[in-house]
Design a protein around this ligand. Sequence first.
Ligand SMILES: Nc1nc2c(c(=O)[nH]1)N[C@H]1C(S)=C(S)[C@@H](COP(=O)(O)OP(=O)(O)OC[C@H]3O[C@@H](n4cnc5c(=O)[nH]c(N)nc54)[C@H](O)[C@@H]3O)O[C@H]1N2
Ligand SMILES: Nc1nc2c(c(=O)[nH]1)N[C@H]1C(S)=C(S)[C@@H](COP(=O)(O)OP(=O)(O)OC[C@H]3O[C@@H](n4cnc5c(=O)[nH]c(N)nc54)[C@H](O)[C@@H]3O)O[C@H]1N2
Ligand code: SF4
Ligand SMILES: [Mo]
Length: 709
Amino acid sequence: MTTTTDTHCPYCSLQCGMRLAAVDGARTLVVERPAFPVNQGALCGKGQSAAALLGPASRLSTPLVREHGELRAASWDEALDRAARGFAAIRAAHGADAVGVLGGGGLTNEKAYQLGKFARVALGTANIDYNGRFCMSSAAAANRLAFGLDRGLPFPLEDIPRTDCLILVGGNPAETMPPALRYFRELRENGGTLIVIDPRRTRTAEQADIHLQPLPGSDLALALGLLHLLIADGMVDTAFVEARTTGFGQARAAAMAHWPERVERITGVAAARLREVAHRFGRARTGMVLTGRGPEQQSKGTDTVGAWANLCLASGKAGRLYSGYGCLTGQGNGQGGREHGQKADQLPGYRSIEDPAARRHVAHVWGVDPDTLPRSGRSAYELLDSLGEPGPGGVRGLLLMGSNPVVSAPNAGHVTHRLRSLDLLVVSDLVLSETARLADVVLPSTQWAEETGTMTNLEGRVILRQRAVDAPEGVRGDLWLMRELAERLGVKRGFHDDPETVFEELRRASAGGQADYAGISYERIRAEDGVFWPCPADGHPGTPRLFLDAFATTDGRARFAPVTHRPAAEEPDDAYPLHLTTGRVLSQYQSGAQTRRVDALNSAAPGPFVELHPMLARRLGVAEGELLAVTSRRGRAVAPARITEAIRPDTVFMPFHWPGPGRANTLTNPALDPTSKMPEFKICAVRVEAVRTLSGAVEAGQGDPYEGP
Ligand SMILES: Nc1nc2c(c(=O)[nH]1)N[C@H]1C(S)=C(S)[C@@H](COP(=O)(O)OP(=O)(O)OC[C@H]3O[C@@H](n4cnc5c(=O)[nH]c(N)nc54)[C@H](O)[C@@H]3O)O[C@H]1N2
Ligand SMILES: Nc1nc2c(c(=O)[nH]1)N[C@H]1C(S)=C(S)[C@@H](COP(=O)(O)OP(=O)(O)OC[C@H]3O[C@@H](n4cnc5c(=O)[nH]c(N)nc54)[C@H](O)[C@@H]3O)O[C@H]1N2
Ligand code: SF4
Ligand SMILES: [Mo]
């Protein structure tokens, strides 16, 4: 017998609708679900192969505890007791803030919400943050500064084909969100212009009318140069600027100092090309700017996104139909995960943890005294960097749910060392990730199709992932294990393992906040293909398009960002003469903890590589497939050369999906953006050499590049 369930993909923020068919309760297949509007049946290879991780084969199926240095199987009681006792002991000895929590943007809204509550109420710690800090925190910060609200896209994807000119900055959806490419294709079929800005000629850039190939880290200068040309060539929409914005004077002054020839020197983009882009965008009736991680994952990411938002505002392409700035959020619940309280400075509903009214509201929903709620804690990298530190302020115990920082954190050799120095590391995961391997207690969690929960996709559309199959024997849900841990920490009420009960509480906690879910219910989502927040009341239609009447600032006006260009935290020099940038490939997801366990994906993308230009390859004397050692101030990585004319000759690119000798994050620079605390994943200075053997090259390097399989 075959039963089918409509649900959504476990991976990226597109949250493609899919149908799961369970055959005789034994096999699960992904089949087409044509009706869901976002992807209309299309799935990428990751979605198509997602059922491979449902069975027990590559999964954790029992809790593990460390004994005499080794992980061994344990009962749930033993594992939970050990975790709770350990946290309580650290708290008693060093204070509540000595226990940290790191969450993830892949967790459902219910899990993210309850994790934030668990940290503040059951552990009493300020130190909770999540991996979204490494993802879209710069765009989130810039959105709040410019528009007063952070929702990645202020419009649904279906608006993209209806705009006249779209600039996509440092995003590669052909590999990172393939079904979304349809929207960009339709834009061009409708006569619109697609401009892509990326140091590499990616599969996405190949589809553009214009591709600019700037130096990594120079986007801020590029955006300032475009604004300069809008002003100089009379393309500013003065009526819009006067009626709906503030702060143009300062932005204008900064832009005037970025004349085209100066910008050409900083970015490597010819002044004539810059002018062509400024005129196409400036003269278009409607226009959008979308950013991916390229311009965001920089130590000046917030300012850079602000500069792109400025361009939209100056040309009157914001707060109007088919126009606006948007960020392509990345993780499955990258959007919802940043709304309901697993961020260091935040309470549910996108409320500030420092705001007395917000504290009162949420404390009331939680049934606690507002004064017992901690204040803001440390951001993700600052948290990881403080692990195991002796003395006051050091975090000695960590609960990690939904991230694999041994592979994905910047300066990962150092982060691994810090994780190892903890008194207690508790990891909840589906698989024995590289980080779970370091844990003292590993808790096997249910995932995706084995449990129900809501996710909020990149459009701000709240969708429902429905349970379709039974979890493997021995595996429990994250909601359940939070409740069990809370109980063992003496908090017997307020934690639930039923997702709908948690969602009902989340609705109340978010009510009146910016990300207001009060009018959204499981029943409504089922009936309506998702509901866009804010949705403050039962009969409210939801809000697919934001800012059409007013921006979300107190005076309703958008704010120009007062930004000027500055260099990357680490620029090339004689010792490290090249730029390294990092990113993704089509067939692996993030740290690869899930996708490296799927055969079909592994054969398509079996391992790390270093992408470099033929001119550079000749200079280094390296042929396709031969090994290269890439060295930065933080360590050394070794991977085969992939030679392509698609990249600038002064830049090399590595994907970050693998642990071991080819781990890109051994190299990356943890310099943080001062506002968003985003690390500079997209630029650091490196030296590249041809090497003969892997082992020789690794031994000659520094640090601790090899972790896990
Ligand atoms: N296959 C796959 N899909 C994914 C993911 C995955 O791991 N694998 N992860 C998901 C997640 S969490 C995210 S955040 C998204 C990310 O989605 P994207 O933002 O599309 O992904 P990236 O590859 O990180 O970066 C995009 C592009 O930025 C370019 N770039 C590098 N440096 C610079 C720069 O300085 N300036 C500019 N303008 N561009 C630069 C890179 O060359 C790259 O092509 O993808 C989501 N989808
Ligand atoms: N060099 C470089 N580094 C980067 C980036 C880059 O572009 N370049 N991008 C950054 C970005 S944008 C991101 S988003 C991060 C992502 O990097 P990570 O935070 O490491 O993300 P994942 O690899 O998705 O890790 C999620 C982990 O949680 C597990 N998991 C999945 N679902 C659940 C669940 O429901 N419950 C539990 N308990 N576990 C679950 C998975 O098995 C996996 O081990 O990487 C960042 N690192
Ligand atoms: S594009 Fe994203 S959501 Fe859609 S199938 Fe691929 S990984 Fe899943
Ligand atoms: Mo991300």
